[in-house]
Design a protein around this ligand. Sequence first.
Ligand code: ZN
Length: 136
Amino acid sequence: MATVQRRCPGKAGRECGTRFRVPSQSRRRFCEVCSPPRFRESAEPPPPVATEDPGPGPIEVAVAAELDRTGRAGTIEGVALLSLARDADRLPAERRAAVIEKLLRVKAVALAGVRAAGPDPVDDIARKRAERMASA
Ligand SMILES: [Zn+2]
């Protein structure tokens, strides 16, 4: 692509004089300092749009599942626990330990008196394995 050299006249009363090269069909009169390139003139990919919410992290997922299973999801302690779990997933590592410690304390309260509802997951896996072996 043919390029031409231009000399920036400066903008807003400022002297510039920077020489710059542009494609010969470009109408750019100013250097990139005086007039940062508009988006469509740049070959760079668009800046990333605000990243989407990554969704619940592993601790939140585990806590939410436990609250669901135990029917404590709507309790004050349950909500507090979930909020701590969210923090524990999102905070930087150096602040996470304290939150997890608090989370475990609240968990003891939130799930106090809960008896394991339904089959124990480990038992469940063992039972399914036994069934598979029986039907094989
Ligand atoms: Zn300039």
